[in-house]
Design a protein around this ligand. Structure first.
Ligand SMILES: *[C@@H]1O[C@H](CO)[C@@H](O)[C@H](O)[C@H]1NC(C)=O
Ligand SMILES: *[C@@H]1O[C@H](CO)[C@@H](O)[C@H](O)[C@H]1NC(C)=O
Ligand SMILES: *[C@@H]1O[C@H](CO)[C@@H](O)[C@H](O)[C@H]1NC(C)=O
Ligand SMILES: *[C@@H]1O[C@H](CO)[C@@H](O)[C@H](O)[C@H]1NC(C)=O
Ligand SMILES: *[C@@H]1O[C@H](CO)[C@@H](O)[C@H](O)[C@H]1NC(C)=O
Ligand SMILES: *[C@@H]1O[C@H](CO)[C@@H](O)[C@H](O)[C@H]1NC(C)=O
Length: 565
C-alpha cells in the first residue's frame, strides 16, 4: 500500500510547486498593480508567508514519506533475504503474511523493488536512527514507538498544534482547568485552525484511561471534532530507569525525572510534527490570554516574511521553562534527535539552549557575540501570553514559584455588554462593590457572601424576551472554589400554557418555573433554551443548599435573538 502511494506523492509534489507558482505569480502581479496600498500589500505578504510555511511543512511531510519508502525497501530486502517459514519472529511472520495476502501483481512489484533495493543498499551507508540512541526500543520494535493510548480523529494541516505534556502529580492536577482556559480563550475560527495534543506521560494504562475519560467527559464536543487528541507512550518506549548514568552530580531521582522529561517531549513532538505548520509546547498548569492563537500566528507569520534575512528557530511566548515555545514543525526533528541523543545528560531546557548555541556561537568570539547571535534565532515576544498556575511541580518536593512577570494580570471576569435589559436582584450579599448588576452589565464580576439554600439570582426582563443561549461561569482563576454548587437555572415563560407538551417535558418548581439546567462540577452552567418556550419573563439561578464558599460569577451571557456573540 505504501508503495502504491509513492507515485501519487510525486504527483502531489509537482502539484505543490504548481500551486506555489499559481499563488506566487498573481500575488506578485497584485503587489505591482496595487503598489501604494500598504495594507493590502501587508495582507498579501502575510498570506504569502503563511503559504511558504505550509509548503515547508508539506515538503517535510513528503521527505518523511520518502524516508518511509526507503526504510521499507531496505527492510524488504532484509526480510526477503532472511525469510524463513520456520522463523517465528512476530514482526517478520506478520510481514510475510501481509506479503502473502497481496495480489500477484503487487507481489511482482515488491519482488522487483526488493531486488533493486538489495543492490541499492548493499553498498550504501546506514545512517543513525532513534534506535542508535535508544537501543531498548528494539526490544519491542512493533510497539515501542506506537502510542499505547490514542484518541485521535486524524486531523492534520492546521496552523498551530499545542502540545501539552502531563504526568501524575501527588497534589492537585490543573490539567482540566488548563484545557478549559486554553479553549475558552480561542474562538471558533481559531479552534478550526488549531489542535491540542495531550500527552499523558504514564505507562499505567488504567490511570491513563481514567484521565482520558475525564478529558472526554468534560470536553466531549472538542474530542469529537478533533480539537483535542490524547496520547500516552508504551512502557517499552522508556529505558530501564535503574540503568541511567548519574550525570551533573544530580541525585538519581532527579536524573530519572529529567531523563524521562526529555524522552516525553521527544515523543510528543514526534507525534505532533505531522499535524500542523507550527508547534507550540505548553505545560499542564498554565493560563493563557484571550486570542493567543491569532496573536501567535500573526507574529510567527510576520517573522517568517523576513525569514531570508533573519531566520528564526524559536519564538518564545512566555519567559518560563518550556512554556509557550513555538517551533516550525518542519524543524522539530532537530529537537527530537537532540533530546534522544542527550536525554540522560542534561535537563531539557539546557539542551534547547545548547542546540541553539551550537547553531550560532563562535568560540573564537566572546559570550556577548554568542548572546546576540542566539537572540536572532530565539525571539522573545512580549508581553507573555502564558502564565503558570501551578505552585507545586510534579517533581516531588520541588515547589514551583516562578511566575512570569511579563504576563501581566489575568482578567478576573469576561464581560458581556449586550445582555438584554433586565432588572437584577439577589438575596446574596455582595462583597464590596462587586454587585450582580455590575456583573450583568459587564462592568465587573459578582462576588457574593456564602449562598444559602433557597437563595435566588433573578434576571427579570424589561420586555419579555426570547433567549437562545445562556452561559454562567462561576469562580475565577484566583478563587476557583468560589463557585455555584447545587444550583439550577430556571425560567418563567411569558405565554406558555401549563397544559402544553413543552411544559410537561420539564421539571417545574412549586412556584411555576421550568428547570432548564444547572451548574456542573466545573462551576459552569450553559445551554440552549428550548425555542418552543417562546418569550421569557424571567431567568433565574436557584441555590439549593448552603455553601461553605463565597461565590463569584465571572461571566454572564444571555443571548437573545438579536445578539450574535
Ligand atoms: C531456514 O531455517 C531452517 C531450519 O531452521 C534452516 O535449516 C535454513 O538454513 C534456514 N534458511 C535460511 C535461508 O536462513
Ligand atoms: C511457530 O509458531 C507456530 C504457531 O504459531 C507453532 O506451531 C510452531 O511450532 C512455531 N515454530 C517454531 C520453530 O517455534
Ligand atoms: C522491475 O524494475 C525494472 C527497472 O526498475 C523495470 O524495467 C521492470 O519493468 C520492473 N518489472 C516489473 C515486473 O515491475
Ligand atoms: C469551523 O469549522 C466548522 C466545521 O468544518 C464549520 O462548520 C464552521 O463554519 C467553521 N467556523 C469558522 C468560524 O470558520
Ligand atoms: C427531573 O427530575 C428528576 C429527579 O430529580 C431527574 O431525574 C430528571 O432527569 C429531571 N428531568 C428533566 C427533564 O430535567
Ligand atoms: C442539593 O440540595 C438539596 C436540597 O437542599 C439537597 O437535598 C441535596 O442533598 C443537595 N445536593 C448536593 C449534591 O449537595
Amino acid at each position: 500500500m505504501v508503495i502504491k502511494t509513492f507515485p501519487a506523492l510525486l504527483r502531489r509534489r509537482g502539484c505543490l510547486f504548481f500551486a506555489a507558482t499559481i499563488i506566487l505569480v498573481p500575488f506578485t502581479v497584485f503587489i505591482l498593480i496595487v503598489g501604494p496600498d500598504l495594507k493590502i500589500e501587508q495582507n498579501l505578504s502575510q498570506k504569502l508567508a503563511e503559504c511558504q510555511m505550509r509548503v515547508q511543512y508539506l515538503e517535510a511531510m513528503y521527505r518523511t514519506k520518502q524516508e518511509d519508502v526507503s526504510i521499507l525497501s531496505q527492510y524488504l530486502g532484509l526480510t526477503a533475504a532472511n525469510s524463513n517459514t520456520s522463523d517465528n519472529n512476530s514482526v517478520l511472520s506478520n510481514f510475510n503474511s501481509v506479503l502473502e495476502s497481496l495480489s500477484p501483481e503487487s507481489k511482482a512489484i515488491i519482488k522487483n523493488l526488493t531486488m533493486s533495493s538489495q543492490q541499492r543498499f548493499s553498498s550504501s551507508l546506514r545512517l543513525p536512527t532513534a534506535y542508535h540512541f535508544l537501543p531498548h526500543l528494539l526490544d519491542d520494535p512493533a510497539s515501542s514507538l506506537k502510542p499505547a493510548y490514542l484518541q485521535s480523529k486524524g486531523r492534520t494541516g492546521v496552523s498551530i498544534v499545542l502540545g501539552i505534556p502531563t504526568v501524575k502529580r501527588d497534589k492537585q492536577s490543573y490539567l482540566l482547568s488548563t484545557l478549559d482556559n486554553l479553549i475558552t480563550n480561542m474562538d471558533e475560527e481559531e479552534a478550526n485552525d488549531t489542535m491540542i495534543v495531550v500527552f499523558i506521560g504514564e505507562t499505567d494504562l488504567e490511570y491513563v484511561t481514567e484521565i482520558a475519560k475525564q478529558i472526554q467527559q468534560r470536553f466531549q464536543e472538542y474530542c469529537d471534532n478533533g480539537l483535542i487528541e490524547i496520547i500516552s507512550p508504551p512502557a517499552s518506549y522508556y529505558p530501564d530507569w535503574n540503568k541511567l548514568r548519574v550525570t551533573l552530580n544530580d541525585p538519581i531521582e532527579r536524573v530519572k525525572w529529567r531523563s524521562k522529561q526529555n524522552l516525553d517531549f521527544a515523543f510528543l513532538m514526534a507525534y505532533s510534527q505531522i499535524k500542523g505548520t507550527f508547534y507550540v509546547q505548553l505545560e499542564d498548569d498554565i493560563l493563557s490570554k484571550r486570542g493567543y492563537i491569532t496573536i501567535m500566528k500573526r507574529f510567527a507569520v510576520a517573522k517568517t516574511i523576513k525569514q531570508d534575512q533573519d531566520p528564526w528557530f524559536l519564538i518564545d511566548f512566555c519567559m518560563l521553562g518550556f512554556i509557550g515555545k513555538m517551533f516550525k514543525s518542519a524543524e522539530l526533528p532537530y529537537l527530537i534527535t537532540f533530546f534522544q541523543m542527550f536525554y540522560n545528560d542534561k535537563p531539557v531546557d539546557w539542551l534547547l539552549d545548547h542546540l541553539i548555541s551550537t547553531k550560532v556561537c563562535n568560540w573564537d568570539k566572546d559570550m556577548k557575540h554568542c548572546k546576540t547571535e542566539k537572540a536572532k534565532l530565539w525571539i522573545h515576544y512580549k508581553p507573555s501570553l502564558f502564565q503558570h498556575i501551578g505552585m507545586t511541580s510534579s517533581l516531588k518536593g520541588k515547589v514551583q514559584k516562578l511566575k512570569d512577570r511579563q504576563f501581566g494580570k489575568i482578567p478576573a471576569f469576561y464581560p458581556h455588554k449586550n445582555n438584554p435589559a433586565a432588572q437584577v436582584r439577589t438575596q446574596i450579599m455582595p462583597y464590596k462593590s462587586y454587585t450582580l448588576n455590575k456583573a450583568y452589565t459587564g462592568e465587573s464580576f459578582f462576588w457574593g457572601l456564602l449562598p444559602q439554600s433557597a437563595d435566588y439570582l433573578e434576571f427579570i426582563f424589561n420586555q419579555p424576551t426570547v433567549i437562545k443561549k445562556y452561559l454562567f461561569r462561576s469562580g475565577n482563576h484566583e478563587h476557583p472554589s468560589d463557585r455555584f454548587y447545587n444550583t439550577t437555572v430556571e425560567v418563567l415563560p411569558d405565554q406558555l400554557s401549563e397544559e402544553s407538551i413543552v411544559w410537561q417535558q420539564y421539571n417545574t418548581t412549586t412556584d411555576g418555573y421550568l428547570i432548564i439546567g444547572g451548574f456542573n462540577a466545573f462551576g459552569i452552567a450553559e445551554g440552549n433554551v428550548d425555542s418552543r418556550m417562546g418569550k421569557l419573563r424571567e431567568l433565574r439561578l436557584h441555590v439549593h443548599s448552603e455553601s461553605e464558599n463565597w461565590v463569584i460569577l465571572s461571566e454572564i451571557f444571555l443571548q437573545d435573538d438579536k445578539t450574535t456573540s
